[in-house]
Design a protein around this ligand. Structure first.
Ligand code: AHR
Length: 512
């Protein structure tokens, strides 16, 4: 039996809703025809956006959405995406070499802000800090945010249909500048960042800038970047920074099987690599603390997810570039990642799963009039209860899983867990990382009691290889189950390869 201790009086911090964020890039089928079908489409739409997707996305409280890339941002000219749609230029999309698709620019700043409004999310724009100028970036911010009628750019926005400012608060200054974003050194990029941030901040004090950090393969980028950043910081010239971006993909080049077919050890290998995001976050944050001990900057994990890279750089027949369907494996991976973010909510201020639809670790598949919610969608639906709640200390004791792959033996925990409390409702989310065994879990509550009313939701399927598809759109959905009576202890069974949410009414919560 696995034992989990939860202290209702020991809070880690508030779980920022932006941890439950998303990412929409002009890549493959994400924008066209994922979110956007056009106002004249036969597919039911709201102002050109796929209605079913809008409604389902709104349900899970998407909080924040990053746009327009990713790599796409690195050659994006925001001016291509404003003005009458039929007059917008057709351009070469960053991903053209991979799938031959051109960019119609039908979705630009106005449309994307409209999409965010429809789903109640904050927009997070990624600036091109590679192939345009600081002035162009600054002008984009002015165009988006300056009060009605105040400047020529604000008037232009009004002429283009939006007298009200967009109030875009979050701006990423660059994307993967160590790679596609200019192959810069950390020192080069730091110089660029400082320049963009110090110039752009004149457009509004409320702006929140995000700097490009490393991906898991180059953790040392951080130390060099911050050493450079501090040169100016110590002489009193501060380029403002809200967050420091990290990208973490669970990349499968074959060791994890394929998207739909995998062995037990291949399943566990994906879980192990997924769990490794935790020490990555901890060590990166420690570097940020060392750099600015008084006010360390928060982490923004603005790309994460499982990426099956088995088919080269081109789309599979009949699919969009990087389109993946996902099974229970992606759902469990999403659940364990979100548990980690919840437990480190004192460090992680935003996270964006890549990418929303028809792409890497998607929550939706959409083609013609069909729009399917994947298993990962339901994880986000179950986990939304954590938003704005106080994350609690949890201690898991018990079972580990040992497996061998490619001659190496590894051990991973059987259960991943996080817990939070808000308005006397304790939410506990559990992921069973075992693909073979159900787990009995006893939950011990300290400094509070479960009153006996609550719910248990289980996302599981007879086969861990099950997922939702155009043929079977509702094959895997959460099911509500009965739970045991009141007390300070509770025993539940977490089925193999499943995700469980317990929502328990509690009679005392005494924050320290
Ligand atoms: O999400 C796909 C791509 O992965 C993004 O465009 C890029 O930032 C990352 O390398």
């Amino acid at each position: 039996m696995i034992q989990i201790g939860i202290r209702l009086d020991e809070e880690i911090g508030r779980i920022h809703p932006h941890i439950y964020g998303h990412f929409v890039e002009h890549l493959g089928g994400v924008v066209y025809d994922g979110i956007w079908v056009g106002e004249d489409s036969d597919i039911p739409n709201i102002k050109g956006f796929r209605q079913e997707l809008v409604e389902k996305l709104k349900e899970i409280q998407p909080a924040v959405i990053r746009w327009p890339g990713g790599c796409f941002a690195e050659t994006y000219d925001w001016r291509d995406g404003i003005g009458p749609r039929e007059q917008r230029p057709v351009t070469v999309n960053w991903w053209y070499m991979n799938d031959g698709k051109l960019e119609s620019n039908r979705v630009g700043s106005h449309e994307f802000v409209e999409f965010c409004r429809l789903v109640n999310a904050e927009p997070y724009f990624a600036v091109n800090a590679t192939t345009t100028t600081v002035l162009e970036a600054r002008n984009w911010i002015e165009y988006c945010n300056m009060e009605q009628g105040m400047t020529t750019l604000a008037l232009e926005r009004e002429k283009n249909g939006s007298p009200e400012p967009f109030n875009v608060k979050y701006w990423g200054l660059g994307n993967e500048n160590w790679g596609g974003g200019g192959c810069m050194t950390p020192e080069d990029y730091c110089h660029i960042y400082r320049k963009y941030a110090i110039i752009s901040k004149s457009v509004g004090p409320e702006l929140q800038f995000i700097a490009c950090g490393p991906y898991e393969g180059i953790p040392e980028w951080t130390e060099k970047f911050w050493t450079k950043y501090k040169e100016m910081y110590t002489v009193g010239r501060i380029a403002p920074m809200f967050g420091y971006s990290l990208h973490y993909y669970v990349t499968n080049t074959g060791a994890m099987g394929s998207e739909l077919e995998y062995t037990g050890p291949q399943w566990y290998e994906m879980m192990r690599v997924g769990l490794d995001i935790e020490p990555f976050l901890q060590s990166q944050y420690a570097m940020l603390q060392a750099a600015l001990p008084a006010h360390p900057v928060g982490l923004v994990v603005d790309e994460w997810g499982v990426w099956h890279q088995l088919h080269g750089k081109h789309p599979q027949p009949g699919k969009y570039l990087y389109e993946q369907a996902g099974t229970m494996r992606e759902a469990v991976l999403a659940a364990l990642t979100l548990n980690i973010f919840n437990r480190h909510c004192d460090k992680v201020v935003m996270a964006n799963v890549a990418q929303l639809v028809n792409c890497i670790h998607s929550l939706f598949l959409a083609k013609d009039s069909a729009c399917v919610a994947t298993t990962s969608y339901y994880v986000f639906d179950m986990y939304k209860v954590h938003q704005n709640a106080a994350s609690l200390q949890t201690e898991v004791q018990g079972k580990h899983i040992t497996y061998t792959i490619e001659g190496e033996t590894y051990e991973i925990p059987a259960i991943s867990c996080s817990a939070s409390v808000k308005d006397d409702v304790l939410a506990v989310t559990l992921a069973n990382l075992s693909v073979e065994e159900d787990q009995d879990v006893r939950i011990h509550l300290y400094a509070g009691q479960y009153t006996g009313t609550g719910t248990m939701h289980v996302l599981s399927s007879p086969s861990p290889k099950d997922g939702n598809s155009f043929e079977e759109p509702y094959k895997v959905t959460p099911v509500e189950q009965a739970i045991a009576p009141a007390g300070s202890e509770l025993t539940v069974t977490v089925p193999k390869a499943s995700v469980v949410l317990l929502k328990l009414n509690c009679d005392s919560h005494k924050p320290v």
